[in-house]
Write a protein that binds this ligand. Structure first.
Ligand code: B12
Length: 159
């Protein structure tokens, strides 16, 4: 049976329902206090280049909104951008809440940007956040390159 045409002006369905549905979907958001938007835009572009259909929830995204979105349609990947310096604390809260949700415990979630003020304790922060359940933590000048490598690796190892 063919699908009904979308209502004019309606948001596109997520995940897309057409026959040419992309295999990979990603949800992109910032942490609740972070109002910086351009890192999110860059992240969306990188993911689209890598073949993802992206739902960008925008800046200052409440954790509950992110969880509801992911519960409704678990994505292939969640990518969090944060640069205001609160990423270590808010990232820890976010991933702890995320991993408690049934059905989301295995969804890959990455975070990147500037997670502390002044780039302090980079190695400890990466270890701490991966220990809590992030599948990737990307900071510093090489963050985007390492993220692209991570996506390529995940593609190569996809079942
Ligand atoms: C523009 C800007 C703002 C604007 C944002 C407007 C908007 N609509 O986005 C406004 C004025 C609102 C603002 C406010 C604040 N800002 Co501001 N802001 C900046 C500024 C000048 C540019 C940020 C930007 O857009 N860069 C362009 C984007 C494309 O780059 P990006 O965000 O850095 O992201 C890159 C990487 O970090 C990485 N990345 C980011 N996310 C992710 C995620 C993943 C998964 C990966 C792999 C990579 C990745 O990839 C991106 C591309 O290379 C920076 C300084 C700077 N030059 O970076 C400060 C800066 C980020 N802000 C800062 C601060 C402190 C604040 C305020 C707290 C200031 C204040 N006292 O009010 C508030 C916080 C507001 C809030 N609630 O979050 C600090 C953060 C300090 C820190 N972390 O150590 C910075 C670094 C300035 C500084 N040097 O002190 N800011």
């Amino acid at each position: 049976m063919s699908e009904a045409p979308p209502r004019p002006g309606a948001a596109p369905p997520f995940p897309p329902t057409s026959r040419d549905r992309p295999r990979k979907t990603a949800v992109v958001a910032s942490t609740p206090s972070d109002s910086h938007t351009w890192g999110l835009v860059v992240l969306q572009c990188v993911l689209e280049e890598a073949g993802f259909f992206v739902r960008n929830l925008g800046a200052c995204c409440p954790v509950d909104v992110l969880l509801d979105e992911c519960r409704a349609a678990p994505p292939t990947l969640v990518a969090i951008s944060t640069v205001n310096g609160h990423g270590r604390v808010e990232g820890a809260e976010l991933i702890s809440a995320f991993r408690r949700v049934p059905g989301l415990s295995d969804v890959p979630v990455v975070i990147g940007g500037m997670l502390t003020t002044g780039g302090t304790g980079r190695r400890e922060v990466v270890a701490e956040l991966t220990g809590l359940g992030f599948t990737g933590v990307f900071v510093g000048d090489a963050a985007l390159r390492e993220f692209r490598d991570h996506l390529a690796w995940a593609d190569a190892h996809a079942r």
